[in-house]
Ligand binder design. Sequence first.
Ligand SMILES: [Zn+2]
Length: 487
Amino acid sequence: MRVFTACLGSETNTFSPILCGRDAFEGNFYAPPGQHPDHPTLYSGPMMALRRRKREGGNWDIVEGLSTFATTGGIVTRAVYEEYRDAILDQLKAAMPVDFVALGLHGAMVADGYEDCEGDLLRRVREIVGPKVKVGAELDLHCNLTPAMVEYADVLVPYKESPHIDVLERGEELVQILADATIGKTKPVMSVFDCRMVTSSPTTREPMKSFVARMQALEGKDGVLSVSLVHCFGMNDVPDMGYKVIVVTDDRKAEGDALAKKLGHEIYRMRREIGMTFLSVEEAIDKALAAAKGPVVLADGADNSGGGAASDSTWFIRALQKRGVRDACIGPLWDPIAVKMCFAAGEGGELQLRFGAKMNANSGEPIDAKVKVTRLLKDAWQTFGEAKDPMGDTAAIEIDGIAVVLNTLRTQAFGVDLFTNLGIDPAKKRVVVVKSHNHFFAAFSKIATEVHRTTAPGPLPLDYSKVPYKRLKRPIWPLDPDPLGLD
Ligand SMILES: [Zn+2]
């Protein structure tokens, strides 16, 4: 079996000011054709599944194209998207004839001039391979499924889990379905149900956890090949954003449609239970001050760089100052210029500094204050599980009893050592504010007396009813109360 595979992805927050250019891809992950490392990456599930089959002695001829992806950011520049897309298409043309195509994509990538990059790429792939060759893609669960993606692909398999722990399993699932279809064992057809809703629902909690188990239990019988739920990326302002159910059946379109609708209605009826709740900045500080003992950890998820935010908003610092909270720390706050000034002042130095709120229109006002530089660290890092996450050159400053970690490489809070490496002990603070949505939790929950998730203005407001969508198709919950009329 001769197969072409490649990976291209970025999760586009169309409200983010962080333009996604070549550096965003090549600085994050970039492997020329055939040079993807042996360990799996976020979008290489199909490639890893194909390599495994070949390694285990199957008669596989695998042509690996380009693999590159950026972390979540703003719109991808047109030139960079077209260059990567055309490189993959040229590699596919050179590989022809192939038996099937299995791509690793995100599914919510927007480039300048391309609102649906994956639909565009799949259409061009289809033009090259013709109607008979099977084409499929593994997608991130936070994809925004469009009619073009469904039209030009035979099979789409998003991750079922959030956090995404099943990249390899879904790659296997996709490759198995494509391989079976190629030898004529099955005839996969996709059924999609649009739930007309947007929320954010981790699958580690009920009732989502059981829903994932139910989807998997339906697979492999009654002609059902694959069942998945698209969770969408709510900060991607495109017409087709929203929760959708995908059912792939073995040539049983009517049954697939009925099952997708049944599951879609189930999710819709649970829509108020599956999301997360967030406190406002003021409510969060109230909670922290009411706690008998610290540290109370407040997650500033609206300014999470992992979701495309700048990580430089000043809402929390201002609120802490206003409430006179002196025993607090906050980080990492991305401000390369301010870090440079702090390095000029030196450790122990005092300077008049303007910092924060440089990138987003709604990040608050910059802070202008006399600050003390308490620690400087070149090429700092923090721990994230087994990995070391680079933070760039870093400065710890103190302002009105609040310790702030300023950094130069935009990243979110993962490990407690983002503070301790700079001489700040968050365990001894009353309030700890982290610029992160979810990934801080494993490390910081160990030192916290309480953890609260918050929302604030910024490119990730987390409360979808307040996002100023312009392109999104209506009606959709929670902007509209009951779009499917099932209440
Ligand atoms: Zn995702």
